[in-house]
Design a protein. Structure first.
Length: 600
């Protein structure tokens, strides 16, 4: 039997014993001694210290790494220790903490590893860009160390099952409970409440998820008993097939198809900026939305999906567990105690759950609306490379409340790039705003509609919900008040245009004529004859590409003034105008000067 790694390894430089002591005080209060490995406490007197360190790394599940200049000094052993940590196969979870400023990004493999974040642990550098600040700069150092240690405890996995003898017992009990012909091999994943083993069924590789801890049996048995018949009815290709299960005796287990794809969490450190690009996010969300539709057809809520629970291949095809034990346990604990179970549950909390609305799994509209919110959270986490609102302590609940009210304010992570994903993919931003609406009835309707919209987005078409939004907005835009305010903005940006559109009647006529033409959503829009006529007409008026850009920015500013930015109106109009006005501006770029000369 391959033993499951079970310890937290603290890695530091001997020059940084003060930092070691600060972390050791908190870690010792959170972990039993068998779960924690710190050299000064764990190496026996007279022992071969290097051999003991290598043995401890081989048995570690996570490593908390305290990054300082001394730690990265190639003349010190700590640098060799870091190389050992990063070279482990299968890899262990490395949690690097920027304790003091140092060139960590120059270290091979480490530059692709996400640094541990903690509340308030950022600083603003040039042009408003944010980056992780070193712990040494924290005004609340002790509180920050507690937050970091809490994160390490969360990453350690199965609650109450971390000691080697407990892991051995779980392995043996699961093997005994399995039907003949299934042979457990190594553990491949340890979640918060379950362990997944690779196993052999005759000549085929399968996965076995084991759920330990008998006290939780009664909480989950009813939910799982009701869910399993529905799980077996699922047909969407994104769901991993469940072949067999046991929820009558300890330990509970599920036998599933084995998926040898990395999770998105594992892929994230290899991606630029440690995040997923906007188009790929649309591709992933479209698949999850289709899976939602399938689940809701049989009355099953999928629930929040973490990046560690979604497998993705090189083409970003995804596979999902149809029955996430973590989600089931969180819901069961809430039902039995009336309290939310852990920080993860708060991080992925939906507003209607927070408000205590009745949860009716038989109501299709409820399933559609709730999983839409979780889908929006997943989309933002993929785009940002982290949860948009990570709850690690009670103070973070105030931030969570602000996120409920205005998720749009959390879309940009403040890095200060010239263009963010919101600028380049406004249609995706619009859909996420709708998915994350606080009131369920303000979201996108049925799971079928959401799947269609995201499929359209993945194929770089405008979603139907966005088109309908524009139709509704037109009634408020085609008014004299809007036209007057819009032209004031436009003439302020391009004063020369005021001579060509001098009277209000002509101004209103041009706006009324231009918008329907520019919002012609034919896939061949830049090539069709109607568009060519429009471009020629504008060129005859002496309109050039800069005038078109001024039209777009002035129009969007007035839309923001009328509707506000929270509900996604600006993103909807920007997505449409980027398609129409962007093509028009490109066409006029070479003809504007000639048209202006002809007009004069």
């Amino acid at each position: 039997m391959a033993a499951l790694r079970s310890k937290l390894f603290l890695s530091y430089s001997k020059a940084d014993t003060e930092w070691r002591d600060a972390f050791q005080r908190q870690l010792s209060a959170m972990f039993v001694s068998d779960d924690l490995w710190i050299d000064c406490e764990s190496i026996p007197w007279g022992g071969d210290w290097e051999h003991e360190i290598r043995r401890a790394i081989a048995g570690a599940r996570c490593a908390l790494v305290l990054l300082t200049p001394a730690y990265l000094d190639i003349g010190r052993y700590a640098r060799r220790e870091l190389a050992l940590l990063l070279a482990q196969s299968p890899p262990l979870k490395v949690l690097p903490v920027l304790v003091e400023d140092c060139p960590w990004s120059a270290v091979d493999k480490l530059e692709r590893t996400q640094l541990v974040r903690w509340p308030g642990g950022v600083r603003v550098v040039g042009e408003g860009r944010e980056e992780i600040a070193p712990l040494a700069e924290s005004p609340h150092r002790d509180r920050s160390i507690i937050d970091i240690c809490e994160r390490a405890r969360k990453e350690m996995g199965v609650v109450g099952q971390t000691r080697p003898e407990q892991m051995d017992a779980l392995f043996d009990a699961t093997q005994d409970a399995l039907s003949e012909g299934i042979e457990l091999q190594e553990a491949v994943h340890s979640g918060t409440f379950s362990v997944v083993y690779r196993a052999k069924l005759h000549d085929e590789i399968v996965a076995v998820k084991a759920v330990p801890d008998a006290p939780r049996q009664n909480r989950i048995r009813q939910i799982v008993t009701e869910a399993l018949p529905k799980v077996h009815k699922l047909t969407d290709a994104a769901f991993i097939r469940v072949r067999d299960s046991n929820i009558d005796t300890e330990p509970h287990y599920f036998v599933m198809d084995y998926v040898d794809w990395p999770t998105i969490e594992q892929r994230l450190p290899t991606l630029p900026g440690h995040r997923v690009d906007a188009h790929t996010v649309a591709v992933v969300l479209a698949q999850v939305a289709r899976a939602h539709r399938d689940a809701h057809d049989v009355g099953l809520l999928v629930g929040p999906l973490t990046l560690g629970s979604i497998h993705a291949d090189e083409r970003w095809q995804v596979r999902l567990s149809p029955l996430r034990i973590e989600g089931v346990l969180a819901r069961a604990a809430s039902m039995s105690t009336g309290q939310t179970m852990n920080w993860d549950a708060l991080t992925y909390l939906a507003p209607e759950v927070s408000a205590g609305y009745p949860q009716d799994s038989a109501d299709r509209r409820h399933l559609d609306a709730l999983d839409q919110y979780y889908l929006g959270l997943l989309g933002l986490e993929l785009l940002l490379g982290r949860p948009p609102c990570d709850v690690n302590r009670f103070d973070d609940l105030a931030i969570k409340a602000r996120f409920f009210d205005d998720p749009r304010a959390f879309f940009d992570d403040g890095r200060g790039e010239a263009e963010s994903w919101i600028d380049t993919h406004p249609a995706l931003a619009y859909l996420l705003i709708r998915l994350l609406a606080r009131e369920p009835e303000a979201r996108l309707g049925s799971s079928e509609a959401v799947a269609r919209d995201l499929d359209a987005l993945a194929q770089e078409r405008l979603p139907d919900s966005l088109r309908r939004q524009l139709d509704l907005d037109l009634d408020q835009i085609m008014t004299p008040d809007f036209a007057d305010a819009f032209y004031v903005r436009l003439f302020s940006a391009r004063p020369e245009l005021s001579l060509r559109f001098s009277d209000r009647a002509r101004q209103a006529h041009m706006l009324a004529a231009a918008l329907p033409d520019l919002l012609a959503f034919d896939p061949e829009f830049p090539k069709n004859s109607r568009f060519a006529q429009l471009a020629d007409k504008h060129a005859a008026y002496g309109i050039d590409g800069e005038d078109v850009e001024a039209f777009r920015s002035s129009f969007l500013a007035e839309v923001d003034e009328v509707f506000g930015s929270r509900a996604g109106h600006v993103e909807a109009w920007r997505a449409a105008l980027d398609r129409g006005l962007g093509a028009l501006g490109a066409r006029l770029a070479g003809t504007g000067a000639a048209g202006a000369a002809a007009a004069r």
